[in-house]
Design a protein around this ligand. Structure first.
Ligand SMILES: Cc1cc2nc3c(=O)[nH]c(=O)nc-3n(C[C@H](O)[C@H](O)[C@H](O)COP(=O)(O)OP(=O)(O)OC[C@H]3O[C@@H](n4cnc5c(N)ncnc54)[C@H](O)[C@@H]3O)c2cc1C
Length: 389
C-alpha cells in the first residue's frame, strides 16, 4: 500500500482559500507599511479571524474550525509564501492555545479559547532576560496569598505582549532545590493584560517579522485568582516542552512557506532581468542553484508534514521529528532567501523589493521556539539516549 503524500480534497480547499485570502488581502502597500512602521495589521487580523483562518485547529465546540495540525500548517505555509510578516501577524494571535486546550479546565476553555476563536489575541510567555534556550532557568515567581497567586518577574521577547487580551505566563511556584530539579517547580498562569501590575513595552527595531508585536513584559505584584492556574501546579515545564513539540511543526511550515515564496520571487526575477545580453535565468549556475533550493524545499516540506502526520496518527507529537523539521526547514528558508536576494543583486538590498523582507523574516525561524542548536541537541539526545542537561 502506498503512503499518501497528497492533501485530501478538503485540505486542498483550505489551501486554495488561504492562498486566495492572502493574495487579495496581503497587498504590497500594507506589507511595506507594516514592515517599515513595525505595525500590527489589526484590520487585516479582524478579516482573517472573521473567516476563521487563525482558529482552523481550535475545536468547533470553542468556535474554531475543528481541524488539526496539518490544516493549520497548510494555512501557515500559504500565508508565509505570500508575505511572511503579514501571514504571521494573522496567525500568531493564537500562540499557546494548545496549552489551554490540553490542560485547561472546561471553564478556562469556554472563556479563553472561545475568546481567541472569536478574534481575541493571546500569547505565551516563558523567555526572560536571562533565560531563553535554558527555559527551566526562569526566575519569575508566583506566591500563593489566600485564594490568589501573586506574580513578579520580567518576560522578554513576548509575541503579542502589548496587544494581547491575556498571556499564559510561566512562573516558579516552588523554590529551586537543585539545578537538576529546577524544572519541577514551574507552573502556568493565565494573566489578563488589564490586571494591575502588568506592563508591556513594545520592542522596536526587530530585523524581521516586523508586522508582529513583540514586547518586554513586566509583572509587578500581579494578582490572579486560583482559577487562573492552568493544569497542575509544578507541571508547567512539561506542558511547555509538549507544546514546543507541537508548535515546532508550524514554524517548520512557516519556514517552508517563506522558502517557497522567496523561490517564486527569484524565478520571476531572473527570467526578466538581463545581464550580458541574456536573462539571468539563462546562466547555468543560477539554474543549478535554483534546482538545488527547490529540491531542499521539497525535502523540508515532506519532513515537516511527515512530522505532523505522525502527530495526527499517534495522537502525540514526535519529539525528534518535530525538532528535525524545524531545524531543517529553518535552515532551508534562510538559505533560499539568501540566494533569492543574491540573484536580485542591488535591487534585493532595497526594502521595496519583497525579497528583502523574505530574507529578514526567514531568520526568526532559526531562533524562536528553540534555536537551531537546541533542535540539534534534542535530536542528538534522543539518538544517544542522553537524559538531563
Ligand atoms: C521575535 C521574537 C519573538 C519571540 N516570541 C516569544 C514568545 O512569544 N514567548 C517566549 O517565551 N519567547 C519568545 N521569544 C524568545 C525566543 O524563544 C528566544 O529568543 C530563544 O529561545 C533563544 O533564547 P535567547 O534569546 O535567550 O538566546 P540564548 O539562550 O542566550 O542563546 C543564544 C544562542 O546560543 C546558542 N545556544 C544556546 N544554548 C545552547 C546549547 N545548549 N548548545 C549550543 N548552542 C546553544 C544558540 O545559537 C542560541 O541562539 C521570541 C524571540 C524573538 C526574537
Amino acid at each position: 500500500m502506498a503512503i499518501s503524500f497528497q492533501f485530501t480534497e478538503e485540505q486542498e480547499d483550505i489551501r486554495k482559500a488561504a492562498r486566495e485570502f492572502a493574495e487579495k488581502e496581503f497587498t504590497s502597500e500594507l506589507a511595506l507599511e507594516c514592515d517599515r512602521d513595525e505595525k500590527f495589521p489589526s484590520e487585516l487580523y479582524r478579516k482573517c479571524a472573521e473567516l476563521g483562518f487563525h482558529a482552523v485547529s481550535i475545536p468547533e465546540e470553542y468556535g474554531g474550525g475543528g481541524y488539526g495540525p496539518i490544516e493549520q500548517m497548510i494555512v501557515m505555509e500559504e500565508f508565509s509564501a505570500v508575505n511572511p510578516g503579514l501571514g504571521l501577524a494573522c496567525l500568531i494571535p493564537t500562540f499557546g492555545v494548545e496549552i489551554l486546550l490540553l490542560h485547561g479546565t472546561e471553564e478556562q476553555k469556554e472563556e479563553y479559547v472561545t475568546k481567541i476563536a472569536k478574534g481575541g489575541i493571546m500569547g505565551m510567555a516563558n523567555t526572560e532576560p536571562d533565560a531563553g534556550s535554558d527555559s527551566a532557568g526562569i526566575k519569575t515567581r508566583a506566591i500563593k496569598d489566600g485564594d490568589e497567586w501573586v506574580l513578579n518577574g520580567t518576560k522578554q521577547f513576548i509575541s503579542n505582549g502589548s496587544i494581547a487580551d491575556f498571556i499564559l505566563v510561566t512562573a516558579r511556584t516552588r523554590d529551586v532545590e537543585s539545578f537538576d530539579t529546577r524544572h519541577r517547580g514551574i507552573s502556568y498562569f493565565i494573566v489578563e493584560t488589564d490586571r494591575d501590575g502588568y506592563k508591556a513595552d513594545k520592542i522596536k527595531g526587530k530585523m524581521g517579522i516586523r508586522a508582529t508585536d513583540t514586547a518586554e513584559v513586566s509583572l509587578n505584584n500581579v494578582r490572579v485568582p486560583e482559577s487562573n492556574l492552568v493544569g497542575e501546579e509544578g507541571k508547567g515545564f512539561y506542558y511547555m516542552m509538549e507544546f514546543f513539540d507541537i508548535s515546532r511543526v508550524w514554524v517548520a511550515a512557516q519556514a517552508v512557506g517563506i522558502a517557497r515564496g522567496a523561490l517564486d520571487l527569484v524565478i520571476d526575477y531572473v527570467r526578466q532581468r538581463k545581464a550580458f545580453g541574456v536573462p539571468l535565468a539563462g546562466f547555468q549556475y543560477i539554474q543549478f542553484k535554483i534546482a538545488e533550493l527547490a529540491t531542499k524545499i521539497e525535502a523540508a516540506r515532506t519532513l515537516s508534514y511527515r512530522a505532523a502526520s505522525i502527530q495526527v496518527e499517534t495522537g502525540k507529537p514526535d519529539n525528534t521529528l518535530s525538532a528535525m523539521a524545524k531545524w531543517y526547514a529553518g535552515e532551508v528558508a534562510v538559505e533560499t532567501a539568501n540566494w533569492a536576494l543574491q540573484f536580485h543583486g542591488g535591487y534585493g538590498y532595497i526594502d521595496e523589493y519583497p525579497v528583502n523582507q523574505f530574507y529578514r523574516d526567514a531568520k526568526i525561524t532559526e531562533i524562536y521556539e528553540g534555536a537551531k542548536e537546541i533542535e540539534k541537541l534534542i535530536i542528538a539526545r534522543n539518538l544517544f539516549g542522553i537524559k538531563g542537561r
